[in-house]
Ligand binder design. Structure first.
Ligand code: FES
Ligand SMILES: [Fe+2]
Length: 397
């Protein structure tokens, strides 16, 4: 790396490095391997104790990705986030910064915001208390009669830590202040990988929700290995990607995976200067529950964000699946190819990955005591993820 390397040069260099490693795997039939298989207790996917521990120490403690900057482009725009537990509203301020609050009126706790339409005020649907964008109580019907003696300043909305970082918006899903969240520190060595992507200008295309009768980790695990492509995805993903071949890189809690596509087979035996260079891409696994899949379709780049959340207990989860179009693509280009790409992935995930997740989860509930799931040496990203998760929950295994 040179000191004067630009972001684009850096991405090209990394893309070429990944391509070299992928082509080598295609040539040899290899894959990135760990020292050996690792096992994990079935109860970690099925017990209420483990579920509660995850709620307390993961989903309400760590920065979670809630969207991208252009989900709330203008002052007064809002983004609702209920998925981690406490209902939260993120609000674009007059000065362009973000604030986040519990989506809870400070009178008697009714849900305050239900729509993301831009407005300068937020008015509660119960008794009409009204708050401005930075959370101050500014209107209170009948206030003089009913609430004399109370200090309005004490009834500001309850803040939640929020940070906008290179086009990505994160919150910690509990009360707190801006000082409680430090996204760059949380991302650590993953930060430079994500900072250059141009997320700031990405345009939202579509978001869909997928429910699955499985533990959130069972669903999330399906994004972290390519060992199942030939058997579970024979007519979809396996048509274009090699089975059981990955290149992966770890960045602290996080990881990136790349799969070799068959259109690169031709590179084997060619000299590097004959290769069709691939644009930067990859499956970025952002701990604990998020996938940022960067890929290219015919007319441009697509950023797919898949987040998996527990849904009220150990045996149920849901995914929020969103597609964004890269800001490099001119506004007048038809969105349809991005929607088609999203729909293709949604269909594969729903009918293949999450279908097998649900059947596995049902079996785990009835598995004999002591049953363990096994992550092979060829499923290194899963080993990495579960090791990090256990540590976050206070277990060192
Ligand atoms: S609960 Fe919101 S105004 Fe009463
Ligand atoms: Fe899959």
């Amino acid at each position: 790396m040179t000191l004067t390397e630009t972001g684009l040069e850096r991405q090209r260099r990394i893309a070429l490095d990944i391509q070299r490693r992928l082509v080598e795997h295609i040539r040899t039939g290899g894959t990135d391997l760990e020292a050996g298989p690792v096992q994990n207790a079935a109860e970690r996917y099925s017990s209420w104790e483990w579920y509660r521990l995850e709620q307390d120490r993961v989903f309400t403690q760590l920065p979670l990705l809630v969207g991208m900057s252009r989900d709330l482009p203008d002052p007064g725009c809002k983004l609702l986030f209920d998925a981690a537990g406490p209902p939260i509203v993120i609000v674009r301020q007059q000065d362009g910064s973000l604030k986040a609050f519990l989506n809870m009126c400070t009178h008697r706790a009714a849900r305050l915001v239900n729509e993301c339409t831009p407005a300068r005020r937020m008015t509660c649907g119960f008794h009409g208390w009204t708050f401005d964008l930075d959370g101050k109580l500014v209107g209170q019907p009948g206030g003089k009669r009913g609430f004399a003696g109370l200090d309005k300043a004490e009834f500001a909305l309850i803040e939640v830590p929020v940070e906008e970082w290179h086009g990505l918006v994160f919150v910690i899903a509990r009360p707190g202040t801006r000082a409680d969240i430090d996204v760059a520190a949380y991302l650590g060595t993953f930060a430079p990988e994500l900072a250059q992507m141009g997320f700031e200008r990405a345009t939202p295309v579509i978001q869909t929700r997928l429910d699955v009768a499985a533990n959130w980790k069972y669903a999330y695990d399906t994004y972290g290995e390519g060992y199942h492509f030939a058997t579970l995805h024979p007519t979809t993903i396996a048509r274009t990607a090699h089975n059981d071949m990955v290149v992966h890189d770890r960045f602290g809690l996080h990881a990136r995976i790349n799969f070799p596509y068959r259109d690169q087979d031709v590179c084997v035996g060619q000299s590097e200067d004959q290769w069709v260079r691939r644009p930067y891409g990859g499956v970025h696994l952002l701990f604990p529950n998020t996938v940022i899949y960067v890929s290219s379709i015919g007319p441009g780049q697509v950023f797919s964000i898949y987040r998996v959340f527990p849904n009220g207990g150990p045996d149920n989860a849901f995914s929020l699946m969103a597609a964004y179009r890269s800001g490099e693509v001119p506004d007048d280009v038809d969105m349809q190819p991005w929607r088609d790409f999203h729909d293709f992935i949604m269909n594969v995930v729903a009918t293949e990955d999450y279908s097998i997740s649900a059947s596995g989860q049902r079996n785990l509930r009835y598995a004999p005591p002591g049953f363990k799931l096994t992550y092979g040496a060829n499923e290194g990203v899963l080993q990495h993820f579960h090791r990090n998760l256990a540590r976050q929950l206070g277990y060192n295994d």
